[in-house]
Design a protein around this ligand. Structure first.
Ligand code: HXC
Ligand code: NAP
Length: 267
């Protein structure tokens, strides 16, 4: 399923981590909906590959190397977007780092690294994009990628769980502060999305793939297009009245699991 070709026409979108996984999925869907793109992350070669693929499909995109832990680096991404395309209508804070390590073994620097990328990086993206977003003729959009694990507690990923919970709080605060500027702030909470680095690290490498699959009523991992479609919706005119939401896209993970009253065949 795709949105109409002009669903995001005239919009300029920055996507951090836009060269791989979910971020690249969002980039391709945005290009199909006619947005102009600025893809930002550390690995310039991978970003250039993504830009080439988007150009081949008829889209418009540039790559800007940046580390979201460095505010000046993020500010340069925004400045480049404004200089190249004349403004910024959408900022998608998708970049993240994560790895499985029990809290008792987690070094202080391992904790700090993930908090810096996920939580501080998301704030830097919001802060740097704010002046441009409030000038957007479409009503600016700020989207951060969270996870349902944020509010459940996340054994093995204390750093990422805390960071994502912080992101959810930040989005609610920004919704309150920036609504008057027409900026809609939301999170999208993906479940396990197949063929991504996240699922490889957290479930496949940890030997937990079958267990995770069994917790999903729809019976399969999501696709990057599932998250991309949610992002297109929120950033299009169709999403104009959605602010401060956490849009869960997880195949119903864990619903009906806690205290089954009826038995479901095959479960
Ligand atoms: C324990 C680890 C570790 C591991 C790194 N560290 N990997 N500790 N287990 N597997 C520790 C290091 O020893 C070091 O601490 C500190 O973390 C920083 O490590 P660096 O390698 O110096 O960091 P850096 O080069 O900045 O790389 C950041 C990174 C890396 C997060 C560690 O993995 C990365 O670049 N990740 C980006 C891609 C990614 O993670 N994608 C998945 C996103 S998925 P010391 O004390 O030794 O100095 C996601 C949610 C998925 O976010 C949800 C699925 C459902
Ligand atoms: P991914 O492909 O590894 O994406 C992470 C991206 O972040 C990469 O493109 C990486 O690019 C970029 N990045 C990492 N550190 C950075 C830094 N310091 N500065 C700038 N960019 C940085 O993993 P993914 O699974 O698609 O994850 C994407 C998002 O979805 C993350 O926010 C993740 O938490 C969230 N999520 C994923 C799942 C899932 O099932 N996969 C579930 C819930 C939430 P470079 O290496 O080039 O910097």
């Amino acid at each position: 399923m795709t949105f109409s070709k002009d669903a995001l026409a005239g919009r300029v979108a920055i996507i951090t981590g836009g060269g791989s996984g979910i971020g690249f999925g969002i980039a391709k869907a945005f290009a199909s909906a006619s947005a102009k793109l600025v893809l930002a992350s550390r690995n310039e070669e991978r970003l250039q590959g993504a830009v080439e693929e988007i150009t081949e499909m008829g889209g418009e995109a540039i790559a800007v190397q940046a580390d979201v832990r460095d505010y000046d680096s993020v500010a340069r991404v925004v400045q480049t977007a404004v200089e190249t395309y004349g403004g910024v209508d959408v900022m998608i804070a998708n970049a993240a780092g994560n790895f499985v390590v029990p809290a008792a073994d987690m070094s202080p620097n391992a904790w700090k690294t993930v908090i810096d990328i996920d939580l501080n990086g998301t704030f830097y993206c919001a802060r740097a994009a704010y002046p441009a977003l409030k000038e957007s003729e479409f009503g600016g959009r700020f989207i951060a990628i969270s996870t349902t694990r944020a509010l459940e507690g996340w054994p093995g990923c204390a750093h990422a769980g805390a960071a994502k919970a912080g992101i959810m709080s930040l989005i609610r605060t920004l919704t309150g502060e920036w609504g008057k500027d027409g900026i809609r702030c939301n999170t999208i909470a993906p479940g396990a999305i197949g063929d991504t680095e996240g699922v490889k690290r957290i479930y496949e490498d940890a030997g937990r793939k079958a267990n995770e699959l069994s917790s999903i009523p729809l019976g399969e991992f999501g696709k990057t297009t599932d998250i991309a479609n949610a992002a297109v919706f929120l950033c299009s005119d169709a999403g104009a009245y959605v602010a401060g939401a956490d849009l869960v896209v997880d195949g119903g993970r864990n619903r009906g699991r806690a205290s089954p009253i009826v038995s479901v065949p095959g479960k």
